[in-house]
Design a binder for this molecule. Structure first.
Ligand SMILES: *Cc1c(COP(=O)(O)O)cnc(C)c1O
Length: 379
């Protein structure tokens, strides 16, 4: 069993439900019927374990994987059977073509020099090596500019090269009403017309879940596979994947008027009882989840009851309010930091961020275990 930062067993525990990962992939595959459904597994599969998650998606039916870096690509290549296709979203790192060829990684080429380098690799090897062309339709991040379409066409036509896929990325897919979604879709469609017969891909999770017109030949969900909320302001239909628990270290009674934690930012308004829990910002429990007299902190769940964070989050621990608990939990009992009743998106709202950041930051001093749950009737 892979152990992250808790091999003694006396610490926190992350549990990743591979069954939920598979069901989430299959659910999105049904939504995007008619298009191929990829799996974005960058950043250690959003913190859930790159090899294990990739194998789960493969078993569910995924054959197209998206990573950010060549190293992630190498790890996926080693984890899933040979017929998997692996796209590297960050493109072709200069000088990396031989590595990509050896590991059969497909760069998402996003600049003219990248395309030139790839074509040189094709000529050198005498093969039409597979790659995607990534166009920037308005996010102004990675991608070829529209003004470069004709240069690219000339370049690839000169050697008779055909890309495997053309793609672009939406900037505002999580806000379905945002007009940028329409302009990007229109620009992408106009680029597609320049590359007839080449499969196209535009949608991330939110793009997939909000508009069929975004599906084209391949969709690229990430966050929704991991149970996160993809679309702002909507109920999240995905199955929860990650549970994070951390042990209670001490129960502490605090008198009215006493403060808790660094900076003495929160003073108890009544005689209170706290549970001190072994998770802190060094484990990805952000300091912005702290409570103070001015701001409510986030919360965790203990025995199915919410316990609000009191005072500053420390490096290694937090204090939570359990004053109203009918039964006093004991040191060693586990608090649920993330799970079915408290989600990454709940924490994200308090911290002023998104579930993606909470999830990908959860790599601390706890073990990571994998389970494979069966579907529940509601899934
Ligand atoms: C990360 C990423 C995705 C997946 O996005 P989600 O919002 O997590 O679904 C898709 N495409 C590109 C280019 C990405 O960088």
């Amino acid at each position: 069993m892979p152990v992250a930062g808790n091999s003694s067993g006396f610490g926190g525990r992350m549990t990743v439900d591979l069954g939920a990962l598979k069901r989430n992939w299959q659910a999105l595959d049904r939504v995007s019927r008619g298009a191929l459904t990829g799996a974005v597994v960058k950043a250690d599969a959003y913190g859930t374990g790159l090899s294990e998650a990739s194998r789960a998606f493969y078993q569910a039916g995924a054959r197209f994987f998206f990573v950010a870096t060549p190293d992630e690509g190498i790890q996926v290549r080693a984890s899933v059977p040979e017929d998997a296709h692996i796209f590297v979203l960050n493109g072709l790192f200069p000088g990396a073509a031989p590595l990509y060829v050896g590991e059969r990684l497909m760069p998402c080429l996003c600049s003219v020099p990248m395309v030139e380098e790839w074509i040189r690799a094709c000529v050198a090897s005498g093969k039409a090596l597979e790659a995607a062309l990534h166009f920037d339709t308005g996010i102004n991040r990675l991608g070829l500019r529209l003004s470069e379409v004709s240069i690219i066409k000339r370049l690839i036509d000169s050697v008779g090269y055909k890309p495997q896929m053309i793609m672009s990325h939406l900037a505002c897919a999580d806000i379905p009403g945002h007009e940028k979604n329409r302009t990007q879709l229109a620009l992408f469609t106009s680029i597609m017309a320049q590359f007839p017969g080449i499969p196209a891909s535009l949608a991330n999770s939110a793009g997939l879940m909000t508009n069929r017109e975004n599906h084209f030949q391949m969709v690229r969900p990430g966050i929704a596979l991991y149970g996160g909320r993809a679309v702002a302001g909507r109920a999240n239909p995905m199955s929860p994947v990650v549970t994070l628990e951390a042990p209670i270290l001490q129960i502490k009674d605090v008198k009215t008027g006493e403060s808790v934690g660094y900076g003495a930012l929160q003073t108890m308004a009544r005689d209170s009882r706290l549970a001190i829990i072994a998770i802190g910002y060094a484990d990805g429990f952000f300091r912005s989840l702290s409570g103070s007299n001015a701001h409510r902190g986030s919360r965790v769940m203990i025995n199915g009851r919410p316990a609000p964070v009191v005072g500053r989050v420390s490096m290694d621990m937090i204090g939570v309010d359990i004053t109203d608990f009918p039964q006093i939990p004991r040191p060693g009992d586990m608090a649920e930091i993330v799970g079915k009743t408290i989600t990454i998106d709940d924490h994200a709202e308090v911290a002023g961020t998104i579930g993606y950041e909470i999830l990908t930051s959860m790599k601390g001093r706890y073990s990571r275990n994998f389970i494979e749950s069966a579907a529940t009737p509601t899934e």
